[in-house]
Design a protein around this ligand. Sequence first.
Ligand code: ADP
Ligand code: MG
Ligand code: MG
Length: 881
Amino acid sequence: MPKFVYDFTEGNKDLKDLLGGKGANLSEMTNLGLPVPPGFTITTEACRHYLAEGAVPAGLAEEITEHLTALEGTMGKKLGQADDPLLVSVRSGAKFSMPGMMDTVLNIGLNDESVLGLAAQSGNERFAWDSYRRLIQMFGKTVLGVDGELFEESLEELKHAKGTTDDLDLTAADFQKLVGTFKGIVRERTGREFPTEPREQMDLAVKAVFDSWNSDRAILYRRQERIPTDLGTAVNICSMVFGNLGMDSGTGVAFTRDPASGQQGVYGDYLQNAQGEDVVAGIRNTVPLADLGQINEPVYRQLLQIMETLENHYLDLCDIEFTVERGKLWMLQTRVGKRTAAAAFRIACQLADQGLIDLNEAIHRVNGDQLAQLMFPRFDAAAPKEQIAKGMNASPGAAVGKAVFSSEAAVEAAARGEKVILVRRETTPDDLTGMIAAQGILTSRGGKTSHAAVVARGMGKTCVCGAEDLDVDVKARRLKTGDVVVQEGDVLSIDGSTGAVYLGEVPVSASPVVRYFEGELAPADGDELVQSVHRLMVHADAAARLAVRANADTPEDSERARRFGATGIGLCRTEHMFLGERRQLVEDLILATSDAEREAALDALAPFQKEDFHGILKAMDGLPVTIRLIDPPLHEFLPDLTELSVKVALAGADASDKDRRLLEAVHRLHEQNPMLGLRGVRLGLVIPGLFAMQVRAIAEAAAQRLSEGGDPRPEIMIPLVGSIQELEHAREEAEQVLRSVGGEVKALIGTMIELPRAALTAGQIAEGAEFFSFGTNDLTQTTWGFSRDDVEASFFSRYLELGVFGVSPFETLDRDGVGRLVRIAVEEGRRTRPDLKLGVCGEHGGDPESVHFFHEVGLDYVSCSPFRVPVARLEAGRAAV
Ligand code: ADP
Ligand code: MG
Ligand code: MG
């Protein structure tokens, strides 16, 4: 039979799975020789058994008795003993701290007799009756399920009747009266008497703690925090110490350093003559911890000493709970404390400076999500604001701009140099250009996995989605909420970190961390945060095996990526170069009916392409630039079918010849499933000259760079290959073009792996590819058979609820399925070609968890949006040490 109960002297901090965080750390402090009131812990295993079977495991009661008897021996008194009672607290404590989720009952062991014993022993009647009424109150609420308000109300009434608002004005007689009232509440609400038998009180409280694991609040919290549902909680039985024995007693909480800044010093609150949760409950005003120095100097010094011991032992910031009983200090809890993102970076460096941890450990004390948080601009907290709606905080940041209601308006305004917020009911892939042009995106529909949210996060762009109070009228170009009307051109401010929508301009400040990455702020000129980020980034870069490249399609983006530390471009999407005024030329290409027409159209596009590539190769001089040949279905470049049909129909006989031909082409190219249709390498094989034009533009741009004394390193990437034959055809054409351009120009030719068939035949495909780049967005779509644009809005939230996956596979790579294909392709590809270069493009390249996976499977680099590059660098370093 497993051991279900551990004395505080038997456990240690590494047993959190079994003893929960609180129990493991109470044991650890006990072992460190710190003053912890004796007690024992009932394991999470006992809880799991109870929850599964509906009854506590056989033998648990006896084991508890054994430990209780030992505790009574140590304390020299018995639980609830009439003349001198041992009292205990029954405290929950799961592996992960779940603040406020599970409840604790203090003063177990009091009843009508032992309260008198406690009064006599302590010489303090008021204290004894106060403790008793607290027991009935907490027990009534937590164990018996009585509405806690009822107790609060009678306490308030009593205070009101006495003309006071302060508990300290209540006397022993008042509390005695309250005990009577509270018992009456219990009787009335539960139909039973308050249980007075001490062991029964304890056993009922233990079960209540077990049950609280499945309370609605706990379930909700676990879902939000992604804590597994089957861990269960431990229960700690801890002998009571009393902070409510008089003004020489009290209770407090403290941090070993400031959790907001990391500064060492004295941080905490203290409350005299109080018990347990009074400090956090805000019943009376606490005093700053430093004041304890005046109240009781020796205790204060002992506390500071203990905090130092704890920091040196846990090698991290700790938070603690303590109680002073008649001038004696007791430690009731400690754990490694939560902290802000900024404090995490500072503390990691501070601890390294103090020699407590090394830099490898320091980069594990921070993470990419925290770094990302530090990079977002913020609204000035002090500025006046008029909030008009609240949506979901889909992609953090603070964005200000004029409201626009269409992508075209966004693009036009941006071209005029204006900042805009794109407001839509929801976005579709058609809104991409508008989203790129906008400062931020605001939608009235859709959740955190809606198109707007996902795309915005990928772009590092601020987004508030699902602001349902907003009535968005795209046609009329305005939105309404209450009696506020926002017309196109009116200024909005949106906070992607909170979901708030404000009318008018709220002042924003750029993050100093971004200014550092941009090179505008030298590390030495930055504050402690900037210096800490710098140090940890330098170390992460040195430690990393994975290189980090960026996805960028313009010279500006490439330059920024380079400043942010990218060592190449992993994905340059050429289709973005066919938008705007060049769309016209693409239309000509599609409408071409003869070779001559087609060639003329391609010739017209070629100079633009060459110019684009030249700029990017220049910005990334000396670094690899992977250029993906055109990928999306051609109809994306044509007008919308419905709009064009209406236009042609309205024009009737007057419709232009071009419009008629366009309409024909739109019909011809219309596909049921464009994602699985004529796109990628298929386009290259079907439309003669298209890929050749692109390759020629790349080669000529490279040649020009060479003649300018540059060092161009283009890599030509063929998308959506499923078989080696497809790749061979595209490759031959590309090689022929490269030869014809001649000179010194060299370019690697490789392919994307984004279809299951490509992954499964990677051994063959590697014969024709010098590199693979995993296109994990499409690979996820094709592996799961999910059309991302459809499923995220329609059923992903249900899937997340059902736990089909804990997080969208488009956010974090699905290791078991998609990841398996990646592994196969890596192994088989390298078997064919040991020097095969392997990378990943697609949003997973900037996702911390996925970066760790790519490190594990041995890729050479990840590629992500420029804004995510620092995050990926940090995670690449963390993955390596
Ligand atoms: P939580 O996880 O909500 O903080 P705790 O189990 O830590 O719950 O207890 C709630 C409060 O009661 C805390 O302030 C704690 O310090 C106090 N407390 C718990 N056990 C004892 C005890 N044996 N003696 C005195 N105070 C206690
Ligand atoms: Mg609590
Ligand atoms: Mg606590």
